[in-house]
Design a protein around this ligand. Structure first.
Ligand code: FUL
Length: 480
């Protein structure tokens, strides 16, 4: 919208219409695909924990056989509160427990099988790990989720049509007996004896939503959370929360596609980046020295949360039923490093000026980028082809980390951006990127400047940003 070469009252009218764009709406219209409230709350947790525990812990295996004797399950010091404390140390908002892994052994006394804690010497067969952990999470105010493996090596009906009923009955026990279940984790792993059987995922999902409507369901293809396509905890450098699930099947989806999402996707599925703190998912004493270092975990945070995903980090308790001190030390230092890096937003007192804004309404003011509220945002004037925002800092400052956020309640829009800094009167590119979404963290070489700007060069809808923040990395950070 240009207003040059116009004179007199006509000029005045045009000037008024330029400075008060037609978009006087109070709200930026949302994109066609937006997250549900529960998906937003889930993503804001950023880091969550996985607990792999069961007969494999006692056989030193990753996958069992289904023939394990429940008598081997005897974690003499099991303390779910210690697991929750470890999770809290790392700043996790939820713990997901392997209520049943592929071997079929149930960590709760299921009515539908004898292959469970009931047959173990632990607490004289009266124990219930699901109950202990769900209660410990509730006490600490963190969320609780379950992994109920569809693959079951022990259950005789596995491979036949009757199996879905068995699975649904167990799911119902877990969904009705243990308070709020915030995430239900399902994978598509299958035994050789089930080649012709299809899991009835639709029925599983319907039951979850009927009994716990607030629960989020994870699988390769959602319906709330999608697998990120690898078990290394790494999201695509480009990562859309939108994706097309049509034709995608659990266990058969293209992992590259899951890793990056799709700007044209018709479904919102947050990408969850699962990885274990050790090489294995279950505890093995031989891996006590192979616990991922705090620096490595921080690097993973940048590659998951910092790329619009969530980090699902597995903490396997040992045969005592406790999380090993090496793992706890790493978790603690992981959080210390992150806290140190992100403790002070250097842009907080800066001044933001934009190429334009959606409307004069202060709700769209560029200054909203510099506060700590993820819901306050700037939205561009749609007439600007390459909208930009310049941030003038209160003085010359040095920073080497940048954080960008989109107001994702309105969808994900930005596909390409450039960050420049003013050095000796010239704008120099200091970073470029693609998607932003909930959070994009950029690690750059340190710059000392007064002014920087972001230019948004690609977008699928009128661009909006809720955060632009600058930090100085803890000296303990490393890039792997
Ligand atoms: C996979 C399983 O096969 C692994 O054992 C582990 O539980 C991982 C998180 O999911 O599907």
């Amino acid at each position: 919208m240009k207003c040059y070469h116009i004179t007199g009252s006509f000029f005045l009218i045009m000037l008024l219409s330029c400075s008060a764009p037609e978009h006087a709406e109070q709200h930026l219209p949302p994109m066609p695909v937006i997250p549900s409230d529960k998906q937003v709350t889930y993503q804001q947790m950023e880091v969550i924990g996985f607990i792999h525990f069961g007969v494999n812990t006692f056989t030193d295996r990753e996958w069992g056989t289904g023939k394990e004797d429940p008598l081997i399950f005897n974690p003499a010091l099991l303390d779910a509160t210690q697991w929750v404390e470890a999770a809290e140390t790392a700043g996790m908002g939820m713990l997901i427990l392997t209520a049943k892994h592929h071997d079929g052994f149930c960590l709760w006394p299921s009515e539908y099988t004898e292959h469970s804690v009931k047959g173990s010497p632990w607490e004289n067969g009266q124990g219930d790990v699901v109950r202990m952990l769900s209660e410990a999470c509730a006490r600490a105010g963190i969320k609780f989720g379950i992994y109920l493996s569809p693959w079951d090596m022990h259950e005789p009906s596995y491979g036949s049509d009757d199996y879905d009923n068995y699975y649904l009955s167990q799911l119902k026990e877990l969904l009705t007996g243990y308070g709020t279940i915030s995430e239900v984790w399902m994978d598509g792993a299958k035994g050789e004896n089930a080649k012709d059987m299809e899991y009835d995922f639709n029925a599983y999902r319907s039951l979850v939503y009927a009994l716990q409507p607030q629960a989020l369901i994870f699988s390769d293809v959602g319906p709330d959370i999608r697998w990120i396509g690898n078990e290394h905890g790494i999201a695509g450098i480009t990562n859309w929360s939108t994706i097309n699930t049509e034709g995608l099947e659990i266990g058969k989806a293209d992992t590259e596609y899951l890793n990056t999402g799709d700007p044209d996707g018709t479904t919102w599925l947050v990408g969850e980046c699962d990885v274990s703190i050790r090489p294995g998912w279950f505890y093995h004493a031989s891996q006590d020295t192979l616990v991922k270092s705090p620096e490595y975990l921080v690097d993973l945070y940048y590659k998951s949360v910092g790329r619009n995903g969530t980090l699902l980090l597995n903490l396997p308790p040992d045969q005592r039923g406790l999380i090993h001190s090496n793992d706890i030390q790493s978790l603690k230092e992981f959080r210390d490093i992150l806290d140190e890096t992100f403790k002070h937003n250097l842009f907080r007192e800066g001044n933001a000026i934009a190429s334009g804004q959606w409307s004069k309404n202060p709700g769209f003011d560029p200054q909203n980028l510099l506060d700590e509220d993820p819901d306050s945002y700037w939205a561009a004037d749609p007439a600007d082809a390459d909208p930009w925002i310049t941030v003038e800092l209160k003085e010359k400052l040095t920073f080497d980390r940048l954080m960008l956020q989109e107001p994702i309640r309105l969808g994900q829009r930005i596909s390409e951006f450039i960050i420049e800094a003013e050095k000796e009167g010239e704008w120099k590119t200091i970073s470029t990127g693609t998607t932003i979404g909930y959070k994009r963290l950029l690690r750059i070489d340190p710059v000392t400047v007064r002014k920087l700007r972001i230019k948004i060069t690609g977008y699928t809808g009128t661009p909006a940003l809720s955060t632009m923040a600058g930090y100085n990395a803890s000296s303990r950070e490393k890039i792997f």
